[in-house]
Design a protein around this ligand. Structure first.
Ligand SMILES: C[S@@+](CC[C@H](N)C(=O)[O-])C[C@H]1O[C@@H](n2cnc3c(N)ncnc32)[C@H](O)[C@@H]1O
Length: 406
């Protein structure tokens, strides 16, 4: 008897997962119940599945921390490998073997992707990508046009390192490294990010005193490197600041340049306010369509405007496996349109000789090179100084373009 009647109704036979989890937990009942409830809810609301999963896991106080980690792994792997579990590819009899392999290799990175690729080899390319990546047909086609899909999916299904960004206002990476080591948290210098430290394992960082004292934030290397592109002087505008990842990095790197953070979400800006306070930096924020226009009018044009645009998030599946759900052609087109609108609005605030720095955490050409080309065609007073694509693997999938106004 499966413990997953609702998942079976949706997906067919998932007994392999059942077996895997029963073998892993001393008291499988509550764990299986949580996994089923959360995955079913995520599949019902694919557009907001990532937030829902995080909220559910935060609220699941009845789980011990080890159980919570395993539940998160199970949910994430379910979303990654649904086609295997539901027997959509390969012979149904192969499924438990794939999961045994997963179990045996868990921690070192399961190669179910390779298994899937073999099973899907007989299909047309986009159908194979649909199955291997567990994505819509439109997203499968967009990925095929944008990346080396085999490498992309296999990297995207692996586990990302946790990276810290040291807040220069508080001290140096070396000081932080030594201080964390005293509490048994081992870090090493990051490869690309000047202020980055790579953390060994998964210690509880947000509970650490150095975090509460604003010494660091958790931020991927490619995101941290966005500040390396920012040149000029005077105020910097972060047009899509969200909860402030880039604004805080800018304030840390350029202590003498005022940072202005805008977004459409007031709640995210409130969170930015809390983080800025912790970091000991001052960031002026405003909501687009409300107080932002007034602040911008007074500010006038500036030498650097950063647009970290809303996107599909296809570059960050390692950290957010649920981002793959609900991304169909309509969603991609909608985001591409929003990206043009946002770029157009932000460009007005770039002073002559100044820069518009565009970034996404997507790997799709339409949102990256395509977005830049469409913008430059409609804005002949801008030229492209540089573009950079960061592949999923060493860093998250990320894209940056430095566009200069004549
Ligand atoms: C990729 S996220 C930004 C992440 C943030 N920069 C960080 O580093 O944490 C994109 C942001 O764009 C915002 N956004 C969506 N539509 C927008 C619009 N029309 N104008 C400006 N920002 C928008 C979203 O609310 C979201 O916070």
């Amino acid at each position: 008897m499966t413990a997953f009647p609702r998942l079976v109704a949706r997906l067919g036979d998932v007994s392999a997962l059942d077996d895997v989890l029963r073998a892993k937990f001393a008291q499988p009942g509550r764990v299986l119940g949580t996994v089923e409830r959360v995955v079913t809810a995520a599949l019902d609301t694919p557009g907001s599945a990532d937030g829902l999963i995080r909220q559910e896991l935060r609220d699941a106080r009845y789980l011990h921390s080890r159980e919570r980690r395993l539940v998160a792994d199970a949910i994430n792997d379910l979303l990654r490998y649904l086609p295997v579990l539901s027997g959509s590819v390969g012979k149904p009899g192969d499924v438990p073997a794939a999961w045994q392999q997963w179990l045996a290799q868990r921690g070192g990175g399961a190669d179910v992707g390779a298994w899937l690729q073999t099973a899907a080899a007989a299909l047309p390319a986009h159908e194979a990508v649909q199955l291997v990546g567990n994505v819509s047909e439109d997203l499968a086609r967009a990925l095929l046009e944008s990346v080396d899909v085999d490498a992309f999916i296999s990297e995207s299904n692996s586990r990302a390192d946790v990276i810290l960004r040291v807040n220069r206002k508080r001290g140096s990476a070396e000081q932080l490294h030594k201080r964390l080591a005293m509490d048994g948290i081992i870090t090493r210098e990051a490869t690309h990010a000047k202020d980055g430290l790579v953390v060994e394992g998964r210690p509880n960082l947000r509970g650490h005193r150095m975090y509460r004292d604003g010494w660091f934030e958790v931020q991927d290397e490619a995101s941290q490197c966005l500040v390396d592109l920012v040149s000029g002087d005077g105020p910097v505008v972060d047009w899509c600041a969200g909860a402030g990842g880039k604004s805080l990095a800018l304030a840390s790197r350029f202590p003498k340049r005022p940072v202005f953070a805008f977004d459409v979400r007031s709640k995210a800006l409130q969170e930015l306010g809390k983080r800025a306070k912790r970091a000991g930096v001052s960031i002026r924020s405003g909501i687009h369509g409300q107080d932002a226009p007034n602040i911008l009018r007074k500010l006038g044009t500036v030498s650097s405007v950063v647009v970290d645009a809303p996107c599909t998030g296809t570059g960050v599946w390692r950290r957010h496996p649920a981002y793959r759900l609900g991304v169909d052609g309509e969603r991609i087109d909608g985001l591409v349109e929003t990206q043009q609108r946002v770029l157009h609005d932000a460009a007005k605030w770039v002073a002559p000789g100044g820069q518009l720095v565009y970034a996404t955490c997507s790997v799709l050409r339409a949102e990256n090179e395509g977005a830049v080309a469409a913008f430059l065609e409609r804005h002949p007073d801008f030229t492209q100084r540089s573009v950079r694509r960061w592949d999923v693997g060493e860093t998250d999938g990320f894209f940056t373009a430095d566009l200069v106004r004549q």
